[in-house]
Write a protein that binds this ligand. Structure first.
Ligand SMILES: [Zn+2]
Ligand SMILES: [Zn+2]
Length: 353
């Protein structure tokens, strides 16, 4: 079977691999679609950043070369343990994060920072192949009304759910979302579904149009070096500022914008992954008693909640699918396209069959 394998910086290869064989508590999954995410492109161009490349991961026992792809939907076609036979034929979203369950952080419920964490596509073989194996405990069955092509989008939705959960935001609060790419637009939808009023900020008209369709109360087009942003936010928030700001762009200047537009005493949730080191004035945080929260990955229940929200039509992932391609041309029609600076791409789905 075909698999897209990460060997190192700027070195990904389409290879032929043996179909994997499940271990006792694993399932064999036929992949329906795996979506490409900016993280994949960053690993290719600037990595290895998250991809395990020096020592094998403690939980998976794996390191590069690894099969890429961490946003995965498929169907269980086999299990080894007869106890798990009820999984066969089920369509599932892959909860791509394995944690040890025994460390200080896992025991205190903070699974997203388990030091032994293994992630499919980063520290274990992922979904850019025809079949993969994964523990049945980490398969989230998908309701019948969810289309095959929507399943893999439950992974970025999980990231959004986790960020909103970390913030402790309440219905009726006012939030700003800085950056309306895939994670931003999903965060915005999770917030709106939670009864929060959202102001969306982005530099691209097209992203703001979608933000509006998804229910943003206000949208603001960000122009580089525009000093009036804080003023605009104040206008929309009765002169107070945003109660919460979710930074999802991961750009050099966006954390500064996020901190500036949060109200005095407000909270900023950073969901972006920064390839360049942002600069900002820490006195903004000290003097105005703002709180900054980092959010990455997910906790154990975040994905089942994400799948439920997609199933209940609270989250619309369909407009976030920009194209569907075959695994055989994933490098030229997927990775190379997403690298383009002016790309208007949210997610590209890869069909590995
Ligand atoms: Zn991703
Ligand atoms: Zn742990």
């Amino acid at each position: 079977m075909k698999a897209l394998v990460y060997h190192g910086n700027k070195d990904i290869r389409l290879e032929n691999r043996e179909k994997p064989i499940p271990e006792l508590n694993e399932a064999l999954i036929k992949i329906k679609y795996t979506s490409l995410c900016a993280t994949d492109i960053e690993e290719w161009q600037y990595g290895p950043l998250w991809i395990q490349s020096e020592t094998p991961n403690l939980l998976s026992g794996k390191m590069a070369p690894l099969v890429m792809g961490h946003e995965i939907g498929g169907e269980v076609v086999d299990v080894l343990n007869p106890k798990n036979r009820n999984f066969i034929g089920k369509r599932v979203a892959i909860n791509n994060i394995l944690v040890c369950g025994i460390c200080y952080w896992c025991k205190s419920g903070h699974h997203a920072v388990c030091p032994s964490m293994a992630v499919a596509g980063l520290s274990a073989d992922g979904g850019l192949q025809e079949y993969m194996t994964w523990p049945v405990t980490h398969l989230v069955p998908v309701p019948n009304n969810v289309l095959d092509k929507h399943i893999s989008l439950s992974e970025p939705t999980t990231v959004a759910v986790h960020g909103v959960r970390r913030s402790n935001i309440k219905p009726g609060d006012k939030a700003a979302v800085v950056g309306c790419g895939t994670i931003g637009l999903l965060t915005l939808q999770v917030l709106i579904a939670s009864g929060v009023e959202v102001i969306a900020l982005d530099i691209k008209e097209e992203n703001l149009k979608l933000a509006q369709i998804f229910g943003a109360k206000e949208v603001i087009k960000v122009v580089p070096n525009d000093d009036s942003l804080t003023e605009k936010i104040l206008q929309f928030t009765n002169g107070i500022g945003a109660d919460y700001v979710f930074e999802t762009a991961g750009a050099e200047r966006t954390p500064e914008i996020a901190i500036n537009i949060a109200k005095r005493g407000g909270t900023i949730v950073l969901l972006g992954i920064y390839t360049r080191k942002p600069k900002f004035d820490f006195n903004q945080i000290v003097g105005l008693e703002k709180t900054i929260i980092g959010s990455v990955a997910s906790s154990i229940n975040d994905m089942s909640f994400a799948v439920k929200m997609i199933g209940n039509n609270k989250i619309n992932v369909d407009p976030l699918i920009s194209s569907t391609i075959k695994l055989s041309n994933v490098i030229e029609n997927g990775f190379a396209k997403m690298l383009h600076k002016d790309k208007n791409i949210y997610r590209i789905l890869v069909d590995p069959s």
